[in-house]
Write a protein that binds this ligand. Structure first.
Ligand code: NAP
Length: 316
């Protein structure tokens, strides 16, 4: 992996990464995608997908497999590696991986998404993997006929809360306000579901139990009253923090770290692009991720053509 000079290295193998890879490979660019886990990204943590055009209802795993197969079919190379740092040396990007290897590329498209945000309350870390979870698809089946809580009021909390009713006997949705930012269709589905109970204007203060989670202390935001809710699991879906700090130089970002890019998905560094969940934007959907990534890959192609043209002119 070390000696080769790639045209495009894509960091992260979710829908944005796989789409950027598909477009780059189809443009005959020497393209490599590096993903620290399995290709698919957040899709692999999502059970049901009903808002990706052309697929009335599919699973995250199925869509991930199709995107992976599609990109590879057109020549995208995919390697399993964790990129730790990206720097520039003489106009070439050097990507350093966790195992000490270095990748060299003319352009980079960052599509590394983010990591789940934590509640940061007592008991959260202590009971991680023993009742506290950030992935309903991964851990939901462990809670058959159990009582669980989902924390959050966005699309993830609702989508995953609805999914958890397949396994759990009861699902609390605990949210700090009494209005939700989840899509109305998800809110309607949750309200119609007899297994879901809402605890609103409430914050989880602590999670506890003996060996496994046994309760959560829930504080009313209105009057400060504290209630100990008996339950077996707490699923935290309160957004995520972007993996936007890989590049050694400063890149413009919003207050949460999401990267600002141009309409070509380019950062302020020529040849360095960001697409999907890692960039600052209104909507974070699979559709917006694949759209961003298409733009980024085409912009990278144009950038490489311009560079080649300039080099040719310089020689002539
Ligand atoms: P999100 O939309 O950012 O929502 C996070 C939720 O957690 C908000 O309700 C927020 O409350 C709450 N929250 C944040 N920090 C908290 C804290 N410290 N303690 C308690 N609650 C806290 O995150 P998300 O639901 O993970 O979604 C991320 C993105 O992916 C969104 O753009 C979403 O639309 C997208 N997504 C789409 C789908 C889909 O079906 N199409 C599915 C999943 C995710 P406030 O509302 O009070 O701020």
């Amino acid at each position: 992996m070390t000696e080769e000079l790639w045209d495009v290295v894509i960091v992260g193998g979710g829908p944005a990464g796989l789409t950027a890879g598909l477009y780059a490979a189809r443009a005959n660019l020497r393209s490599l995608l590096v993903e620290k886990l399995l290709p698919g990204g957040e899709l692999l943590n999502t059970e049901l997908i009903e808002d990706y055009p052309g697929f009335i209802s599919t699973t995250g795993r199925e869509l991930a497999e199709k995107m992976d197969e599609h990109a590879r079919k057109f020549g995208l190379q995919i390697e399993q590696a964790a990129v730790e740092q990206i720097r520039r040396e003489d106009g070439i990007f050097v990507l350093q991986t966790e195992d000490g290897a270095e990748l060299r590329s003319r352009t980079v498209i960052m599509t590394a998404g983010g990591v789940p945000r934590k509640l940061e309350v007592p008991g959260e870390d202590e009971f991680a993997g023993r009742g506290v979870s950030y992935c309903a698809v991964c851990d939901g089946p462990l809670f058959r006929d159990k009582v669980v809580a989902v924390v959050g009021g966005g699309d993830s909390a609702f989508q995953e809360g609805i999914y958890l009713t397949r396994h759990a006997s009861k699902v609390y949705i605990i949210h700090r306000r009494d209005e939700f930012r989840a899509q109305p269709i998800l809110q309607d589905k949750a309200r119609e579901n007899p297994k879901i109970e809402f605890i609103t204007s409430a914050a989880v203060d602590a999670i506890g139990g003996s060996q496994l989670v046994g309760w959560a202390d829930v504080r009313s935001v209105r009057d400060g009253g504290l209630t100990r809710v008996p339950l077996d699991g707490v699923f935290v879906f309160i957004g995520f923090s972007p993996n936007s700090g890989l590049f050694e130089e400063h890149l413009e970002h919003d207050e949460q770290g999401f990267l600002f890019v141009s309409d070509r998905m380019e950062t302020r560094v020529p040849g360095l692009y960001a697409a999907g969940d890692v960039r600052a934007q209104l909507a974070r959907q699979i559709t917006t991720a694949v759209g961003d990534a298409t733009t980024a890959a085409i912009a990278a192609e144009h950038y490489l053509e311009d560079q080649a043209f300039q080099a040719e002119r310089h020689r002539g």
